[in-house]
Design a protein around this ligand. Sequence first.
Ligand SMILES: *Cc1c(COP(=O)(O)O)cnc(C)c1O
Length: 460
Amino acid sequence: MSTKKHPKKIYLPEDRLPKAWYNMVADMPNKPLPPLHPATKQPVGPDDLAPLFPMALIQQEVSTERYIEIPEPVREIYKIWRPSPLIRAYNLEKALDTPAKIYYKYEGVSPAGSHKPNTAVAQAFYNASEGVKRLTTETGAGQWGSALSYATQLFDIDLQVFMVKVSYNQKPYRKTMMNIWKGKVVPSPSELTETGRKILAEDPDNPGSLGIAISEAIEMAVKDPQTKYALGSVLNHVLLHQTVIGLEAKEQMEMVDAYPDVVIGCFGGGSNFAGISFPFVRDKIVEGKQTRIIAVEPQSCPKLTRGQFRYDFGDTIGMTPLIPMFTLGHNFMPPAIHAGGLRYHGAGAIVSQLLKDGLIEAEAVPQLESFEAGILFAQTEGIIPAPESTHAVVQTVREALKAKEEGKEITILFNLSGHGHIDLGAYEQYLNQHIHNYEVTDEQIAENLKVLDEMGFPKP
Ligand SMILES: *Cc1c(COP(=O)(O)O)cnc(C)c1O
């Protein structure tokens, strides 16, 4: 490696775009616990999910097969931006004066500017294959709504997006993107559903949350047999589709004889983190590699570091099955931080099990430090990261500085899940010193988790 000239950008040729996604479940020592029906507390079967998802995605949700083929039409669309570049962050390394080698996988090159189209295109394809005419979904910062708008119009599917109200007001251009790609957008809570109307009656100024928006989107899908629902994170099939990121990254690192000691991803519901890391978690389990794999969440929504491993609803109102996951309680209302995509009360079942089994770690970082890191990254590497992605940058900086202190030449890989061009309002507020940190008290968390006991949810 020292004799080879090391490129700044490592491109994988188009013909080496992965042909299959990697299913983490196949290699997990302890399989994720099954989702439960909230009324019967029995595992949900494919029939329970059929009103919401096409059968192909339900099968992926419960699959234990190691590799699942990427359909050719999906690969053809992936080729518009994939394989995405792997970049050596020489300038950031220099600024930190660290012996660590820092690589990042850049998912901001997709049409929507984040990793989300990787699953949006796959989900739109499977829905279209089964004749679905309309989809509903929720979106936080608007990244998922725009990714799914882009994907659904490619397959002639109509889309209704419920956008968390605080983000709807903070990020008007995300709505424009969705509209350009034919998505219909309404701020959530909305008047379009019973759930929304009920919440607005009690609290007209409710800022919304991902949990509420999910409830609204599911309600609309359940009430119309022609309509199905799409989720941008948390579920097994979503994480599966995102593994194309890590599979590419592993090949790209091999091209320069590198292998990460630390893999880092920011964490909302777990999809980009799973995407970059699962192929490396596999190596840990199957080949005994010692890689540290770190999920980074905001301090204001600390489900992995301060939540409990419990059965809980995936949404606020209780329309989803009970999912075994690290959660702050489905009633938890995260503060209106700018990393809207990270404001979710729970984590996916696979990631939660991996955390419980010590195969991955979690860290929580404050909002101010995340903007600071985002600006350092923009000034050194040039790319302005999405506010979500800056959380991964913070942990990268921390690890690189630790390596400097300890004089260790470690290799760090992190996922830059998206660019922040539509989030400049947030950066503007940071530059004007209008951004501050949010603390969540132990009492608040305990209060929300108490509800799960009161509702008699089984403890895993
Ligand atoms: C949505 C989003 C996230 C958080 O969602 P995950 O499912 O945890 O990946 C992170 N980064 C960006 C850029 C996003 O759009």
